[in-house]
Ligand binder design. Structure first.
Ligand SMILES: CC(C)(COP(=O)(O)OP(=O)(O)OC[C@H]1O[C@@H](n2cnc3c(N)ncnc32)[C@H](O)[C@@H]1OP(=O)(O)O)[C@@H](O)C(=O)NCCC(=O)NCCS
Length: 213
């Protein structure tokens, strides 16, 4: 079956690429395809059958699982973790420490029509530092997911998500707040909450959460 997809020349080419990639400081499995013009940071790993398309910028220490597609000109920060079967389309920006759960879905055209080209109408989706997107969630394009927000498994995000917000469901609704370690935050009457794992202190003020210690 393998030979249907990869002839000997391709295997040699990808093997060579693997070796040179390693010398460059990142790892790409021999079955991964890295197109021209990409910048990939040291310590990053790209696994089986993944495709990095032209002119992407991928930071250091990222992990891109199996069957991941990164479309042209996508930008990923440092330490971004991408689980299996995720396509990151042009228009998506993921800042440092973003987690993309297995089979989650980005979009980049709000009103797709097969017969109407919309390549110049891609909408931007910004996923801010430390945010996590659960398995099988869908992010409708043109929205910002705030820093350290947590998107529940299977959620369909149709609007901006505030920093530290926890959202679930279709359409996604906020059911609480989470810490940078991913724990629910219980705010007291003064609007203060402590993360049970890290001890970090948070404040809820004017409907916004920030870390204060
Ligand atoms: C969203 C999430 C973090 C909530 O965890 P939690 O704080 O322990 O929440 P609870 O299990 O106490 O659930 C609270 C309520 O939200 C609901 N809920 C929890 N997760 C939900 C989800 N993904 N979608 C819809 N509703 C959800 C629960 O049914 C419960 O509803 P109820 O109050 O009516 O009974 C978790 O359920 C989740 O989806 N994690 C993502 C897992 C994932 O995709 N990991 C990827 C890497 S493997």
């Amino acid at each position: 079956m393998f030979s249907n997809y990869f002839n000997k020349k391709t295997i040699f080419a990808t093997h060579f690429l693997f070796m040179s990639n390693t010398e460059k400081g990142y790892f790409a499995h021999p079955t991964a395809v890295i197109d021209e013009g990409c910048k990939i940071g040291k310590g990053t790993k790209i696994w089986h059958f993944s495709h990095i398309m032209p002119d992407c910028i991928i930071g250091e220490n990222c992990n891109l699982g199996q069957n991941v597609v990164v479309s042209p000109k996508v930008v990923l920060g440092n330490n971004v973790k991408v689980q299996n079967n995720v396509s990151i389309y042009t228009g998506v920006i993921c800042e440092d420490d973003v987690f993309l759960g297995p089979s989650m879905v980005f979009t980049n055209v709000i009103n797709p029509r097969s017969a109407v080209p919309r390549r110049d109408q891609y909408k931007e989706t910004l996923v801010k530092k430390g945010a996590s997107i659960g398995a099988n969630a869908t992010i409708v394009c043109g929205h910002t997911i705030g820093k350290y927000a947590l998107i529940g498994a299977g959620a369909v995000v149709t609007k901006d998500v505030p920093d530290y917000a926890l959202v679930v469901g279709n359409p996604a609704r906020q059911i609480g707040w989470v810490s940078e370690y991913g724990h629910r935050l219980q705010f007291d009457e003064k609007g203060i909450a402590i993360c049970p794992e890290s001890g970090q202190k948070y404040q809820l003020k004017d409907g916004k959460v920030s870390r204060i210690e």
